[in-house]
Design a protein around this ligand. Structure first.
Ligand code: NAP
Length: 289
């Protein structure tokens, strides 16, 4: 295509919305998938405060935006901006993927499928019947909880700094015999867990919640949805506490992106190469400090 043709037929626009979003690896991941699949697209990071998100998304649609990812703290707010919701987003009450559908947005949530795929296929974990602790009740926790239940975990305990949000998530999941919300302060009395998922954003600023070692059952897997520097404190606690597996959120990030890519372009990209490249880059950055 000549430069003149490229101006006349610009590549379709995609984006990730969040605040902060400048650190996001999503533009690099989607650019790599697009090269792999020989699909022309532009994918940018758009910073949007919660109060400015609706206008920013409307401008993006007017400018030809075909699809977007949504990251913190906008995943729950995105639900109200959708004309329709797919099953994953409806169950989560949170949206991480927007697909332009006629005149409106269809909301989807690929976080849960991405996490389960990373844990079962990349890390080789059998999640079935694992007594599970989910720490956090924001957009990410909402995205992963339904998929973990579908993957066959045992009882799910949800704790969150703001207890009411843990209650709301437990209610929304609609399985009172299996899903329980508890106060963060009571965490020491909850017994042992075979799977612990850290889904707060605390690692980015304040230290993550201080947790007792006794939470870990023998051979427990501990997962932090954060990656890079933000995952270091929680995974250091996990290893020091004897976790059998300590897994960060980099694999989930790549897998949820692949699921979004499939929704937009109809083809699921191969993820191992992109994951290996990002892992090598992250290792360099984390060990360089
Ligand atoms: P969010 O909707 O803003 O929710 C933030 C959560 O963190 C809430 O549960 C909040 O508790 C809790 N929190 C924040 N600061 C805390 C602190 N100092 N102590 C205890 N709890 C604290 O964000 P989100 O979308 O759920 O994202 C959460 C994290 O997951 C982010 O760091 C994000 O990067 C990561 N994530 C990773 C992936 C991936 O693909 N790997 C995907 C999604 C998200 P309150 O309710 O009390 O405020």
């Amino acid at each position: 295509m000549s430069p003149a043709d490229a101006d006349a037929f610009p590549a379709p626009r995609y984006a990730v919305f969040g605040q902060p979003v400048s650190h996001s690896l999503s533009p690099a991941i989607h650019a790599a998938f697009a090269r792999q699949q020989a699909i022309a697209l532009r994918y940018e990071a758009i910073e949007a405060a919660p109060e400015a998100f609706a206008d920013a998304l409307a401008r993006f649609a007017e400018g030809g935006g075909r699809g977007a990812n949504v990251t913190l703290p906008l995943k729950q707010a995105a639900v109200d901006l959708c004309a329709t919701l797919g099953d994953s987003a409806r169950r989560a009450g949170a949206v991480n993927t927007l697909v332009r559908d006629g005149a409106g947005w269809r909301g989807e949530n690929t976080d849960g499928r991405g996490l389960v795929r990373d844990l079962t296929e990349r890390a080789g974990l059998d999640l079935r019947a694992r007594r599970t602790l989910l720490i956090g009740a924001g957009g990410a926790a909402r995205g992963v909880a339904p998929a973990l239940l579908d993957a066959g975990i045992g009882d799910l305990y949800i704790v969150n700094r703001t207890g009411a949000r843990a209650d709301a998530l437990a209610d929304a999941l609609g399985e009172p015999g299996r899903v329980h919300s508890r106060y963060l302060d009571d965490i020491g009395a909850l017994g042992e867990f075979e799977l612990i998922v850290h889904a707060t954003s605390a690692g980015r600023g304040a230290p993550p919640p201080a947790l007792p070692r006794a939470l870990l059952a023998p051979r427990a897997a501990v997962v932090d949805l954060n990656y890079g520097e933000a995952a270091v404190p929680f995974l250091a606690w996990a290893r020091a506490s004897g976790a059998h597996d300590a897994i960060d959120g980099l694999g989930m990030l790549v897998e949820q992106a692949a699921e979004s890519f499939a929704l937009w372009h109809g083809v699921r990209p191969e993820t191992d190469t992109v994951y290996a490249e990002l892992r090598a880059r992250q290792n360099l950055l984390v060990t360089a400090d």
